[in-house]
Design a protein around this ligand. Sequence first.
Ligand SMILES: C[S@@+](CC[C@H](N)C(=O)[O-])C[C@H]1O[C@@H](n2cnc3c(N)ncnc32)[C@H](O)[C@@H]1O
Length: 278
Amino acid sequence: MTTPRLAREIAEFYSDDYDEQTRLTDSACGVLELVRTQELLRRHLPPAPASVLDVGGGPGVHARWLAADGYRVHLVDPVERHVAQAREASAAYTVEVGDARALSAADASYDVVLFLGPLYHLPEPAERERALAQALRVVRPGGLVVAAGIQRFAPVFDNTAHARLHLDGIDERMPRILTTGSNAGKLFTSAYFHRTEELADELRAAGLAEVRVYGVEGPGDALLKAAELTAGLRISPDSDLFRSALAAARLAEPHPELTVASSHLLAFGRRPAQATAA
Ligand SMILES: C[S@@+](CC[C@H](N)C(=O)[O-])C[C@H]1O[C@@H](n2cnc3c(N)ncnc32)[C@H](O)[C@@H]1O
């Protein structure tokens, strides 16, 4: 299988412009994403020592706590810098340079496949389809696939919280992102923003069953960002504002309408026990 090439702007973004290593630990909104991702994963994952393929695992933030929980984790990421950071951070999991669209893992070889990144960096539907087909191929029948999406309307909340939605360029680009989901500009890097049902439909179309999509950060997400990033307040995970935001995320969970308040969506699906890979 030929290895697909990672878009140059994504490789440059993560290699030169942005250090992903501390994204989930050095801000309250990052910690909120981490805590909520952990609690959703811990609720759905089979018991340790199940095997987990962490595709797009970046510098290994999730691989570390999953390994500490007793899971057998293998991390795959196309950015060499991420793989080096993940390798340096811990020897409790294995790592490999690779792409979600051409996984080296054998058929049906993992209990769980995580895609916490690849889908929102593949703007073309056919490329996301190709990646999800790989997830379905390498997860065992009855196994779990978990895929993150960036929520379609997150850029409105996010850029308002950063107090820059009205600025030239951003205001012009926004209507196209909200309508098409595609971001070709410099706000982040090449990305696709999913509607909640669209992400569920993509998992179902790949052949996954029992699909459920959660909002990760909940309705307090943008408020936390505005307080922290624009007002410059230091918000610790012990603060009332952080605890309130976490409570709001949990409260919102049973209400699909509120997924639009989260920056990230987390979709869970199961490979049917008797099905063949898509
Ligand atoms: C925002 S980071 C998320 C890292 C980590 N999984 C997390 O949830 O914090 C997105 C990750 O997706 C990876 N990625 C981008 N395109 C990918 C692809 N085609 N296949 C696999 N991973 C990809 C990037 O290198 C990066 O590590």
